[in-house]
Design a protein around this ligand. Sequence first.
Ligand code: GAL
Length: 424
Amino acid sequence: MKSKNNIQRIVKSLVLASTLGLSSVVSAGEVEVLHFWTSGGEAKSAAALKELLEAKGHQWRDFAVAGGGGDAAMTVLKSRAVAGNPPTAAQVKGPSIQEWGNEGVLANVSAVAAEGDWDNLLPSVVANVMKYEGDYVAAPVNVHRVNWLWANPAVFEQAGAALPNTWDEFFDAADKIKAAGLIPFAHGGQPWQDFTVFESIVLGTGGADLYNKVFVELDEASMKSDGMKKSFEILRRLNDYTDAGSPGRDWNVATGMVIEGKAAMQVMGDWAKGEFTNAGKMPGKDFVCMAAPGTADAFTFNIDSFIFFDQSDSGARDAQNALAATIMEPEFQQVFNVAKGSIPARLNMPREPFDACALTSMDDFVKTAETGGLVPSVAHGMAAYSAVAGAMSDVVTKFFNSDMSAEDAVAAYVTNVMEAKASL
Ligand code: GAL
């Protein structure tokens, strides 16, 4: 497996570096936490974890790496590992947890999990991702839903447009909003954001069935299907409804455009809600959350979690265990998720503190788990190894930023993904 080899190289260097005396400088009772939560809503959420850990007498050393979606943070994490100085905990999720587990560098937190009864408090779909060879090596903080559309109702009213449930309705509304001199679609032109929008388009076009076939099973015939061609065509049309400032824009800046009424809509996971609520906005009044067009019966899940690196110092280990325990405590799961826009990973949490968007999410998470509409977000590292997801994302971004035809995009997509699959 190519990605495994990469990490193997990193770990070899890590061992070498520690024999040269470059080992971690984390002191007893301290946890150094690498994460990528730097927007207003995200920083507020991360602060909740810091405060709760410090209340237990441990110190939190913050290592935030800016960059939505975490690509920059993952690069930094790998270079820290290469330098023989991994942090105590890092925001890593999905199949990547297995990639790090394969190298034997993760701490086993099963004793903390047993004490906290994690097996009974987590849905098995969540617990399984947190385990490596049967042991807990990660702790989940939340469940984000990715297939959301965020809208500013005042902009719709001004333009005489109706909130869209399908892509046809989306473009009808977008035409009206554009004619009224406003920006229909707030978008940040970064590869992970292009891919976030694209996965929702595929879900809306071909349902959970096509989604699973092309993003999880990597089924060649489905990748060549009309549903994929149609999905690329929809993505292409979106180009006409965003603004000139889109390339390179951060996701939270795009959300800000909807908050301020400069733009009407954004397709983004519910971390965007953290920005609305951080700006004092109320769901149902100042903003609307609704399923991305055509995806009301589905739920793309994205579970944030922290992995823990082996510690030789017993004080650092105690602090690390305290961090793992804190993450799963009800107090943290509530405060953090209310601010973050997500729902708790832990089952049987009180519903009262959560707003209407989160309650919809909670209900749909349970419902779609039964109907088959619950699917892993490929754009957020839940569905495929990073090499495969990267191969997909490259084509999507190249297509979105060129005049490539939908047919050529499908062909490039199949070639890229099959090559990446073969290299695993
Ligand atoms: C996601 C992550 C979220 C949020 C978002 C923007 O991948 O799971 O917690 O931070 O990226 O950075």
